[in-house]
Design a protein around this ligand. Structure first.
Ligand SMILES: Cc1ncc(C[n+]2csc(CCOP(=O)(O)OP(=O)(O)O)c2C)c(N)n1
Ligand SMILES: [Mg+2]
Length: 576
């Protein structure tokens, strides 16, 4: 290293110091990032702070997905960072992913110096690697700031943390031109005091809902991601148990109610349980908590789907109320606050549930459950995922299960038994292939004592496969279950049902050897071609202190059942 060439940079720049101190003030312990020239001052400053860890991934998309999963498992905002231009544009999918799934993220991007910005000039760029990332992410962030001077920096960062976490959480981007990072203008600590006021339901509305609820005979709860985001799980379970309420969950709500709650009817939606849909159809009162009534969960207008029910919709995002489904009562409220007050409004009064209906609901549920148990050991997703779930539960192991997107994601939601100790981290709203592996990395950093297991398939796995290097570098015992069907299964299944089995672009017979690839990255890997090897390999996977991959060679034509058929009512599910 040439002494002279380096001496200039031995001085600490105030802009970078402000950023590091603000991150520390907001309790940040870890930043997922990929380097570049325009974030060098921040990286250099961070190298002097031993209480903040920087994890370098192999792609910016992986850095943001890791930060996203870290936020989901810790409840703290995730932080990621990338350089200007292509570094920033590589974050876009991850920003959209976090926005759709309400994940609080602080996204820091480097930018060209203020004097190199094109501003309103009609040119494509002025500075090298200049990209107007603030405009690009306008529709997928809660806020996006470009910091123009050191004076603004501290306040913008305080605001960013506040906005990311308040109300319905989401990503906030802070774009920091390199000259602001370098500025030496005398650092002064300033803090903005911002306090959140969570929305809550009025007393009169609560009483009205409580009266209506007490008069219902076939009440049902639809539980969404907002239950988890507002930490309302305990409050909800108390009300469910006290009133013997049946509950159906959206994909984002799957961690909200334990699978073993007797009247948990499982997932609603595209690959949801028949029991859940029949219960929705026949309910006379639906309490929708922290959900969007989106088209995957609730495909038809209210009349066709839940025509008989009085619908109460509780959400902290005003824009979601009466958006897809007109509720009979729309309530702008934090879900936990609502449930706490709703429980008091009931004043210990009991419902008079239609016992025959409840019996019917139990029967619907047991049909599905028995059908699931009836299968003999085969090399099927049901056997593999059911086996994994039972083994982890039997050993009392905490686990974070991450998935990618496709059939394997839906099988995981159907067959794995989630509860407070074993949770799902998945890409719900955007449905991002390539999310699962970096998400498992973020989850492992967030909950080091829990197993981090990525359930994936051959298509998605290859979208961020380079992150095996991050796993190896950090000696992370992340486990990978590859349900390898040699195809883009979910799309292939659509083609089978709707396009006369013309499998354009979806069969992947390249014969990739995933065991060799993983070994190339220094990760232990095994392939499984016989049903008899499934349980021994799963046991080995769970017991391993290091990262490990098992390539399960499942049948290419395995389908997700039951599944909703396009254009039909919700009952036209396959198999009939
Ligand atoms: C980034 C991205 N591109 C395309 C899609 C569309 N898509 C949804 S599922 C799927 C197939 C996924 O294949 P694989 O990961 O092998 O999972 P499998 O369905 O086989 O379990 C595709 C292409 C997507 N969701 N995300
Ligand atoms: Mg596949």
């Amino acid at each position: 290293m040439a002494g002279n060439a380096c001496s200039k940079y031995n001085m600490r720049s105030d802009g970078a110091r402000v950023i590091a101190r603000k991150l520390i003030k907001h309790g940040v312990k870890i930043i997922f990032e990929f380097p570049g020239g325009s974030i060098c001052p921040i990286l250099d400053e961070l190298s002097r702070h031993k209480n903040i860890r920087t994890v370098v991934t192999r792609h910016e998309q992986a850095a943001i997905h890791a930060a996203d999963a870290y936020a989901r498992v810790t409840g703290l905002p995730g932080v990621c960072m990338a350089t200007s231009g292509p570094g920033a544009s590589n974050l876009v999918t991850g920003i959209a992913n976090a926005y759709m799934d309400s994940v609080p993220l602080i996204v820091i991007t480097g930018q060209v110096a203020v004097w190199d910005l094109k501003k309103s000039r009609p040119v494509r760029q002025r500075g090298f690697q200049e990209l107007d990332i603030v405009s690009v992410v306008g529709s997928i962030t809660k806020a996006a700031f470009r910091v123009r001077s050191l004076t603004d920096l501290a306040g913008v960062l305080d605001k960013a943390f506040f906005i990311a976490c308040e109300g319905r959480p989401g990503p906030v981007l802070v774009d920091v031109p390199i000259n602001v990072q370098y500025t030496m203008a005398g650092y002064k600590e300033t803090d903005l005091a911002l306090r959140e006021k969570k929305p809550a339901c009025s007393g009169s509305a609560l009483n009205e809902i409580a009266e209506r609820f007490l008069r219902s005979r076939r009440p049902l709860v639809l539980s969404g991601g907002g239950v988890v985001l507002s930490s309302a799980e305990d409050e909800l379970l108390k009300i469910l148990k006290a009133n013997s309420l049946a509950v159906v969950q959206t994909l984002m709500g799957i961690n909200g109610v334990p699978s073993d709650y007797e009247l948990n009817l499982g997932l609603i939606g595209y690959a949801g349980s028949r029991a859940g849909e029949l219960a929705v159809k026949s309910a006379d009162f639906i309490l929708g908590l922290g959900l969007r009534f989106d088209n995957r969960a609730f495909p038809a207008a209210k009349k066709e789907f839940a025509g008989n029910a009085y619908i109460v919709h509780v959400d902290c995002d005003r824009a979601e109320l009466n958006h897809r489904v007109a509720a009979d009562k729309a309530v702008l409220s934090d879900v936990r606050l609502f449930l706490r007050d709703f429980n008091s409004a009931l004043k210990g009064r009991r419902l008079r549930i239609d016992e025959d209906w409840l019996e019917q609901v139990r029967e619907w549920k047991s049909e599905v459950h028995n059908a699931a148990l009836a299968r003999s050991p085969e090399l099927t997703p049901r056997f593999i995922l059911g086996g994994l779930s039972s083994l982890l539960a039997a050993q009392n192991r905490c686990a974070v299960i991450t998935t990618d997107v496709g059939q394997h994601q839906l099988w995981t939601a159907q067959y794995f038994r989630f509860d407070r100790d074993r949770i799902l981290v998945t890409s719900g709203g955007l449905g991002t292939m390539g999310f699962g592996l970096p998400a498992a990395i973020g989850a492992k950093f967030g909950r080091p004592k829990a197993e981090a297991i990525n359930i994936t398939s051959d298509g998605s796995f290859q979208m961020n496969i380079q992150e095996l290097a991050t796993i190896k570098d950090n000696r992370l015992p992340v486990k990978i279950i590859l349900l390898n069907n040699k195809c883009l299964g979910l799309v292939r299944q659509i083609q089978e049902f709707a396009f006369c089995a013309r499998y354009e672009s979806t069969r992947m017979n390249s014969g990739v050897d995933f065991v060799k690839i993983a070994s190339g990255y220094g990760i232990k890997a095994f392939s499984c071609k016989k049903s008899g090897d499934v349980l021994p390999l799963l046991k080995k996977l769970i017991a391993s202190k290091e990262s490990m991959l098992v390539d399960f060679r499942i049948n290419e034509f395995e389908n997700v059942y039951p599944v909703r058929v396009k254009g039909k009512t919700v009952y036209a599910k396959r198999p009939a």
